[in-house]
Design a protein around this ligand. Sequence first.
Ligand SMILES: [Zn+2]
Length: 372
Amino acid sequence: MKKHHITGVLALLAAVAISAYANDIFMLERELEPLYPSQYLSEVKMLSDYLPTLKDTPGDTEIYIYRGEKTGGSCLVLGATHANEIGGYMGAVVLMENAKATQGTLYIIPRANRSGLTSTDPGDAAPSRIHVSTPSGVRWFKYGSRATNPMDQWPDPDVYIHASSRQNLSGSEVRNLNRAYPGRPDGNFTERVAYAIAELIRQERIDMTIDLHEASPEYPNNNSTVAHENAMQIAALGMINMQMQGIDIKLEPSPANLHGLSHRELGDYTNTFALLMETPNAAQGRTRGATNERLAVTGQDKCYEILVKYDLLYVPYDENGHPLEERVGRHVQGVREYVAAMSQFYPEKTVVIENIPTYDDFMNGALGDYLH
Ligand SMILES: [Zn+2]
């Protein structure tokens, strides 16, 4: 065998080995972690039950349903609409692993954009997993992307035209679930996921929908709840009750001209009271330092300690950062308070959820204490 043949064979073998390794990493990213619903779970449905064309696609996702013995209203909680907003995702996971409904019905979709959990945002250096110590050992959870995985929807147009409003957005927003509502049954992948969620709300007559999100500390709308005008009374009472417990939270009206968002379109196109909560995730910021799992979990970052001195952040900030306990605690407490507020204004829509940790439980403990 001539020397250049040997070099050729070696180069080919190296290429095959690198491809096999890359394939392993790629397939690993598509894998999702097991979740353990509480013993009080009544039923699991799939999003494809509300739009059959989603069946066997990466957009199909579990709907965990908890029914109380007493009849009442209903509430839907969405996690991982934006799968890089880990506080919102973990808030929904804590709820589904603990909740017991004693009156009314609680619906939880922890992986609203399931596809978004299977990739990370390009160029963001974000971790693809976080690890949490729990009573059953160390568990991992996905840290995904703001958008649908391009493997599931591609290519992006230059301009994304929102179907029902004709609003123009940059092309990559076509894969953003929270710009796709109310969705279309025959639309693109992300629009079909949005439509199925809206259809679930319509068919099950869900009284309130709470979408759990995070935003960077530089983003003005943070430590806040955004409410559709129909849900303003409920949001205001819930917010006052949280303020009285020492949780500083703002209330923002859903802008009438900002289309595709859950708090706008679900309020307009269904009869649900639509709310969206935001907590600060330092790993999403543009002026953050090194991005890694520790930043996503603790929210501690030296760059933000400097920025806050120049009044450039929209949340309080010190060396303690904004750990997941605080962020998940806000989401879980928010769900509790908004459900209670709805029950107070509309007794026939009462929902009572028990066995979920309080904000103080999180602040005095660890996230893993409230996971399986
Ligand atoms: Zn978000």
